[in-house]
Design a protein. Structure first.
Length: 275
């Protein structure tokens, strides 16, 4: 269980990071857990009336912070899995109703694995089998789903989407142990982008059930796990918020090269009427 939440205004490099709040974004870093299970969690909150989410398929592997700087995107979160070390992306990825070239998940497990589907104002987390075979808008397959109907749905010793049974397609069993984690969730009015620390003294990381509990506690109606471990990356306001680390705890300066992401883009707003 995720317990003992407290504020901590520190950046990934140890300098002070006071909470940043604007009409379009709020970022806060908190501590969850206690003792040898304590972990820093970074949460970016975006009002859906002002900010939309969009799936990004990078043309080549690139650290997310570098891609954001080069592309003029201020806010983004790591996306789905990929075949290491250089791709392709793993699972279904669609942009504007067009399927991107990827390596498919094992067909035994692919239909059950969760996707983030974005179509206009609508966001949904659902198994691939429950979505149209030719989806409109954007789609990112990752998983497992963490929250449904506002409740955490990941439990110890369960493998609903076959990530443990199908772990041969990954570097390791993503369901096992404590690691840096990333997730995206939403409710009726907010988008929630989450990245946790891990793999360092005082930074235990989270289990998947703990990540699900965290997303539910933050108020997500639905949430999905994204690529984690050394790929965990959250960029807010042009700044790399978390501290990516390898499995042995070594820092990954600038973050690991990625192939997919979720970008948070300001919605055009009607011009204010003149007096």
């Amino acid at each position: 269980m995720v317990t003992g939440v407290e504020s901590r205004g520190e950046a990934a490099d140890g300098e002070e990071m006071p909470p940043v709040a604007t009409s379009r974004r709020e970022i806060r870093s908190t501590r969850v857990g206690s003792g040898d299970r304590a972990t820093t969690v970074h949460v970016a909150v975006y009002p859906r009336a002002l900010v939309s989410a969009s799936v990004v398929a990078l043309p080549a592997p690139e650290p997310l912070h570098a891609w954001c700087t080069r592309s003029g995107v201020g806010d983004a979160l790591v996306g789905g899995f990929f075949v290491t070390p250089a791709g392709p992306a793993l699972g279904e990825v669609w942009r504007d109703g067009q399927r991107m070239p990827t390596a498919p998940f094992d067909p035994l497990f692919a239909p059950a694995r969760a996707c983030l589907h974005i179509e206009g104002e609508r966001l949904a987390v659902a198994p691939l089998a429950a979505l149209p075979s030719w989806p409109a808008g954007d789609l990112l397959q990752a998983g497992p789903a963490l929250v449904a109907g506002g409740l955490p749905i990941v439990r110890e010793d369960e493998d609903r989407e076959g990530f443990s049974a199908g772990n041969a397609q990954f570097d390791s069993d993503i369901t096992a142990g404590r690691h840096p984690r990333a997730a995206i969730g939403h409710d009726d009015t907010r988008l929630l982008a989450v990245a946790t620390e891990g793999r360092a003294p005082g930074e235990a990381g989270l289990t998947l059930p703990e990540l699900a509990e965290l997303m539910a506690a933050l108020g997500a109606h639905e949430a999905i796990n994204l690529d984690g471990g050394g790929s965990t990356t959250l960029v807010v306001g042009g700044r790399l918020v978390n501290r990516p680390r390898e499995a042995d705890g070594r820092d990954i300066p600038g973050g690991r090269p990625l192939l997919t992401a979720v970008a948070f883009i300001d919605r055009p707003q009607p011009a204010a009427a003149s007096a």
